[in-house]
Design a protein around this ligand. Structure first.
Ligand SMILES: Cc1ncc(COP(=O)(O)O)c(C=O)c1O
Length: 387
């Protein structure tokens, strides 16, 4: 069956690739699963304790919250966010994760047939969302030699050329881990705002960039052409609780509430309580997590210095973007080779765009430091055997 909405939309790429790798996975004694971005430890104990006591004792969490979400949580987001003084609780909607927030934002603010610019390598779920919503995706390919960072003049050139009505920026980035300088974000946002181009900025990995959006002026564009999508999945290990947010203007959120009410009414109440507790009580745990991710990044970067045939094209936040040496292979074939020979299970670059044939994404923060060290040692050994 292929309805108007899902026609031409790719299958969810991670389970699809897992299926292709089944035979190899069965043969391997040890697999380093870096395919889907999943934190290497469960939800912080303080949050789990709160959740277990609330489930047992609180009747409140049995019921819906407001459509926009729990007021305390929205307040806490204003307090924690680097641009928090530029928006109010009325300009935040709590969603069932960042994907849900982005889908809602695109549905609310764009029309069927509008062009939208994606920076390639792009996050596949937003490409899928655009296709489902009848948007016309255009791709601006970022260069490895520029650290996969968007050069504002070049991006603006692509926006003009494609007459795009919107652009998606993701910083820190999935799949490259690149952290966009706030000044460059501002240059793009400023131009877009004066040319009626909507900017949708995904900050799912914000905690892993100390300089994230640290230019105040960006804040004045919120609801004036800039909408921000975020998540508690990675920063607070809450992937299963499904909590994220959309920050935009009051008029935009008035429209977005129609979608929210129709689809989910509100994000999971217990999930919202968990995220609130996370913001109130777990700043030390988040700091520890950030330090751990810095350490994993160093292991990845130092270990990959020994590579001669493979190379680490980009690395940061949660991801390593590995360039493979097999010029005759597709990225899927190369990722399967890598899996078979090292147990490293990454995601083929072509999942992130047609020009990504030479790359494999490694979500290395899925692993403990000791597992990552073993995995990288195996990669170096394999690298020395490849002709
Ligand atoms: C850039 C980006 N946005 C959104 C998401 C989805 O996050 P959530 O679990 O909040 O829906 C992910 C998850 O990997 C992601 O990498």
């Amino acid at each position: 069956m292929n309805t108007l909405v899902t026609k031409g939309v790719i299958d969810p790429p991670i389970p699809k690739f897992k299926e292709k790798a089944t035979l190899i996975l069965k043969k391997l004694d040890r697999v380093f699963d870096m395919s889907q971005a999943v934190p290497n430890s469960p939800t912080f104990p303080k949050i789990r304790e709160l959740v277990s006591s609330e489930v047992a004792t609180s009747s409140a969490v049995s019921f819906y919250t407001d459509i926009l979400g729990n007021h305390d949580l929205r307040n806490a987001i204003c307090a924690f966010h680097p641009l928090g003084k530029h928006f109010s609780t009325d300009e935040i909607m709590i969603t069932a994760g960042a994907n849900h927030a982005m889908y809602t934002a695109l549905t609310t603010m764009l029309n069927i047939g509008d062009s939208i610019l994606l920076l390639e390598p792009h996050y596949f779920n937003y490409d899928m969302a655009g296709a489902m919503l009848g948007l016309r995706a255009q791709y601006h390919v970022l260069q490895a030699c520029k650290g996969f960072l968007p050069v504002p003049e070049a991006v603006i050139g692509s926006l003009e050329k494609t007459r795009a009505k919107a652009i998606i920026l993701i910083t820190p980035n999935n799949p490259t881990g690149a952290k966009y300088p706030a000044q460059d974000v501002l240059s793009i946002v400023r131009w877009c705002s004066s040319h009626h181009v909507e900017v949708f900025l995904d900050e799912t990995y914000l905690c892993f960039d100390p300089n994230h959006l640290n230019v105040n002026e960006i804040g004045k564009y919120i609801g004036q052409g800039l909408s921000i999508v975020g998540s508690f999945s990675k920063s607070h290990s809450l992937t299963g609780y499904r909590v994220g947010y959309l920050i935009s203007g009051v008029p935009q959120l008035k429209q977005a509430q129609k979608i929210q009410d129709t689809m989910v009414i509100c994000a999971s109440h217990i999930g919202q309580r968990a995220a609130y507790h996370g913001l109130q009580c777990c700043s030390d745990d988040v700091k520890k997590k950030v330090a751990e991710i810095d350490q994993l990044t160093r292991i990845m970067q130092d270990g990959c210095k020994k590579l001669k045939r493979f190379s680490l094209a980009s690395c940061g936040a949660f991801f390593g973007y590995l360039k493979h040496p097999f010029s005759k292979l597709s990225s899927e074939e190369a990722a399967l080779e890598l899996l078979e020979n090292t147990g490293i299970f990454g995601l083929p670059g072509e999942v992130f765009g047609n020009a990504q044939k030479d790359f494999i994404r490694l979500s290395f923060c899925n692993l403990s430091s000791s597992d990552l060290e073993v995995a990288i040692e195996g990669l170096c050994g394999y690298d020395s055997r490849v002709n």
